[in-house]
Design a protein around this ligand. Structure first.
Ligand SMILES: NC(=O)C1=CN([C@@H]2O[C@H](COP(=O)(O)OP(=O)(O)OC[C@H]3O[C@@H](n4cnc5c(N)ncnc54)[C@H](OP(=O)(O)O)[C@@H]3O)[C@@H](O)[C@H]2O)[C@H](O)CC1
Ligand SMILES: [K+]
Length: 466
């Protein structure tokens, strides 16, 4: 079982394409199912510590995995029972069913067991779970001390993370071959428990990946404040937001941070405070310009935003600025841009929709030509070139004022350090989550900004300094 940071994420269709490609290379569905089931059985043996296991097998290949799991556990002398929903549809699942020689109960007449394995539905769930099935499942889950989902907990939509009926919450989900968006997108992600990836011998494309610890430079003998990356932050009507973004950029490793629009000396004194004018805005040493935190939405601030957009700096566009621009305006501007909307700002800029978060973020990146950080309990980073990064759940204590300002500053520091927009956005998201983890409970955004330093230090050195 592998941790999921950096793992490939595949939609159901992509997963099937990977399977098909493997078959065309000489692999077989039966062999793949055998590898999947045996890998799951090995993990389940470790997790169950000798307790009896009840495997629930569905009508598809997820159920086929379940029969291989049960047969493997039985062959190892591990106490195991099987209850089935329907009969296997595919030949490969029927073969797997034939490999189980024990009795097969039904969901309704089986007895609970300490360890429950949900092999009812995986990536093929196509419509909401029947309430009677869901109810029987919940009774068995309530009676178990450990519930393990195979590939996905039953009752979730693979690609969007939406719920399909009343889902079966798992304590652990064993993802097969690759993560799926539902392992990371809410509300499905909340029903997966701890997600572990099992290798089943398929090679997954890495267009979409789980956000991982970034490779960030460690300063070296030739480093100086400018080649470590200069960040400039436009100060708006609510000055505290820009101050937080500035503090975040400093702690996240930027060598020089300028707050444009403020000259009154104040802590932190390492923060350079300059008037906002053509000279300060046009400083060619700026590696990333942040506009939006606490900006305000009046005409003067709209004009300030226009001046920022008129530069050729790499931009981080956040907060109020997202209410003042249009996707067309951004696409026309071009250059490196990272937008960091939360749900409300996303709807304001790109319109509301019932589509899944991943699809919406990817469409927005296409429409605007910018890298989109669609924030939330499930953060999705989408690049205009189709690549995407999905973040594992971070601390719920991030639901505090200023958290977004801190993220904008962290992303800007990574962008100014020379990462490309997708890499910088993903690195900033990882630093933000890691800083929150280090803060523990009940922190405020000022604490979070300071914790970016230790988080940054933890990943320094992966690449040589510039
Ligand atoms: N590389 C891999 O990921 C591997 C995955 N494997 C396992 O295979 C499943 C995917 O198998 P699949 O058969 O495509 O789908 P499921 O097993 O999830 O379920 C499909 C069957 O369930 C029926 N269905 C769908 N929705 C419902 C519902 N709400 N209620 C009842 N039945 C439902 C569906 O019937 P339809 O008429 O809707 O088509 C199918 O009969 C994957 O998740 C892995 O566990 C391979 O075994 C190994 C490699
Ligand atoms: K399942």
């Amino acid at each position: 079982m592998r941790q999921i940071e950096g793992a490939a994420v595949l939609t159901a269709a992509d997963m099937r394409a990977v399977e098909q490609a493997a078959f065309e290379q000489g692999d077989s569905a039966a062999a793949m199912m055998r590898r999947a089931g045996q890998a799951c059985a090995a993990a389940i043996r470790r997790l169950s510590a000798g307790s009896e296991v009840l495997v629930l097998c569905g009508p598809g290949n997820n159920g086929g995995d379940g029969y291989v799991i049960a047969a493997t556990l039985a062959a190892d002398g591990h106490p195991v029972r099987v209850a089935a929903l329907g009969t296997p549809g595919s030949d490969v699942a029927q073969q797997a069913r034939a490999g189980w020689v024990g009795p097969v109960e039904t969901l309704h007449d089986t007895a609970p067991a300490p360890v429950l394995v949900d092999a009812l539905f995986g990536i093929g769930l196509s419509h909401p779970l029947d309430p009677a099935i869901a109810q029987a499942l919940l009774v068995l889950i309530a009676a178990a001390r450990l519930t393990i989902a195979i590939d996905l907990p039953s009752g979730v939509d693979t690609d969007s993370g939406a719920l399909l009926g009343c889902p079966a919450p798992a304590d652990i989900t064993l993802a097969l071959g690759a993560l799926k968006p539902a392992h990371l997108l809410q509300p499905a992600a909340s029903h997966c428990g701890a997600v572990r990836l099992l290798d089943i011998g398929v090679s997954a494309p890495d267009t979409m990946q789980v956000v991982a610890a970034p490779a960030l430079p460690m300063p070296g003998p030739h480093s100086h404040k400018f080649n470590r990356g200069m960040v400039a932050i436009v100060r708006g009507r609510m000055a505290g937001a820009a101050e937080l973004a500035a503090a975040a950029a400093m702690h996240a490793g930027s060598g020089y941070v300028a707050l444009l629009g403020s000259t009154i000396p104040a802590a932190p004194h390492a923060l350079v405070r300059r008037k906002l004018n053509d000279e300060s805005l046009g400083d060619p040493r700026i590696g990333a310009l942040v506009v939006g935190p606490g900006l305000g939405r009046d005409d003067d601030m709209r004009a300030t935003l226009e001046r920022a957009l008129a530069t050729d700096h790499s931009l981080v566009v956040d907060g109020d600025a997202l209410h003042l621009v249009t996707p067309e305006q951004l696409r026309a501007r071009g250059g490196q841009m990272i937008l960091t909307p939360h749900a409300g700002e996303f709807d304001a800029l790109f319109g509301s929709s019932d589509a899944g978060k991943l699809d919406r973020a990817r469409a927005a990146a296409q429409a605007s030509g910018a890298t989109i950080v669609f924030k939330g309990a499930d953060t999705v980073v989408a690049s205009p070139d189709g690549r995407a990064r999905l973040a594992p759940a971070a601390s719920n204590w991030l639901s505090t004022a200023g958290s977004g300002d801190v993220l904008a500053g962290a992303i800007a520091a990574c962008l100014a350090a020379g990462l490309d927009p997708l890499g910088a956005a993903a690195a900033g998201v990882w630093l933000h989550g890691e800083a929150a983890r280090r803060c523990g409970p009940a922190f405020i955004a000022d604490d979070l900004a300071c914790a970016l330093g230790p988080a940054r230090a933890a990943v320094a050195g992966a690449v040589p300094p510039r």
